[in-house]
Design a protein around this ligand. Sequence first.
Ligand code: TRH
Length: 392
Amino acid sequence: MSSDNTHKLRWEVFCSVVDNFGDIGICWRLCRQLAAEFQVPVRLWVDDLLSFQRICPDVEPALSEQHLAGVVICHWQPDLDWRTITPAQVVIEALACTIPFAYQQQMAAQTVPPLWLNLEYLSAEAWVEDCHTLASPQPQLPLNKYFFFPGFTAKTGGLLREQQLITQLDQFASDRVAQQRFWQQLQLDDALDFSRRISLFAYSQQQLAGLLQLWQQQTESTLCLIPEGTLAEQAMALCPGLALGKPWQQGQLKLCILPFLPQPDYDLLLAACDINFVRGEDSIIRAQWAAKPFIWQIYRQAEQAHLDKLAAFYQRYSQHWPPQLATAVWQFWLGWNTEQELSTAWLGFVQQLNEIEQKNREWRAQLIGNGDLATNLVRFVEKKIIMPRNFS
Ligand SMILES: Cc1cn([C@H]2C[C@H](O)[C@@H](COP(=O)(O)OP(=O)(O)O[C@H]3O[C@@H](C)[C@H](O)[C@@H](O)[C@H]3O)O2)c(=O)[nH]c1=O
């Protein structure tokens, strides 16, 4: 959809890894999509190449510059002399990172200063619509910065979604042979023999022991897959002998620790599982594209601010659901996020998996109607560049 005008523009994205993988996860997806689907020349500045390597094994952490998937990846080091670097025409400051002031000065010094965008965090709260695409004049420099908000409505920037993603996921989810091949690659040849496959990507969780015990006692068999990280360590402490490559089995439950997968394989995992526990900001979006029943553990914030965000999302997501279904989902989500005893809430959730999946497909169709974030960004840039010097 992009015009020649946009093709010729160079873009760059600044990503500072605060903790975990969401920041780089989002930035890397965006850059890849811009390069692959819009042929945009794009440079990604990242300050933590080791975290980046976990979700993209081809990244070489020792290099100050490398090229992958059509993207120039630059190591954002503290001692860079920004005066020697020419800014791109579109500069994205992602997820509340701050571009070095010396670089901002470089931007201001260009004959035509770049279009500067602040790609914000995800929130379903109503105020996001009012702030999306607002300009923020910079007090120290003759530059404007525009807020660009991802979101769940047509008045926001939408969510990251590659053009072919839904087709690929749906094909995979209905292709047992492809799934069997996928499980075999993970050394899980018996995965399809279980009644239920659950991916469990989460922060630490006080209720983990209780939930694992419940799954051992259920009539259905469960294969639970935990990616390496804090929760996997917690599980290993609870289940003697459990380790990467060494599953643990008790009653109706088989538990496996998975290596961190490259991002495209993680998408397939979400499509191959029957229930997905996701967290943070990016995996929750991917779970919505997979459309299987999901449980979101939101990134914790001071003074429980995250629970308001969780409720805002839940309200949008379940707005058109029968009350009893919506309540069952909320009770489990809330219990999971506040680390309350989960057995009753789990039974309420799991009894309604088919209904939840049906509703998830409707929700997904609604989200697709908002357009995807990369396309919406490209359109916004086109609009601003067609009216050069009038970035208001
Ligand atoms: C489990 C797994 C995840 N991933 C990817 C999916 C996502 O891109 C990324 C995980 O990111 P998230 O789901 O957002 O969860 P996270 O907890 O890692 O990231 C968080 O980091 C904080 C600093 C932010 O403030 C949060 O909003 C959130 O983004 O890792 C893989 O590529 N392979 C895997 O095996």
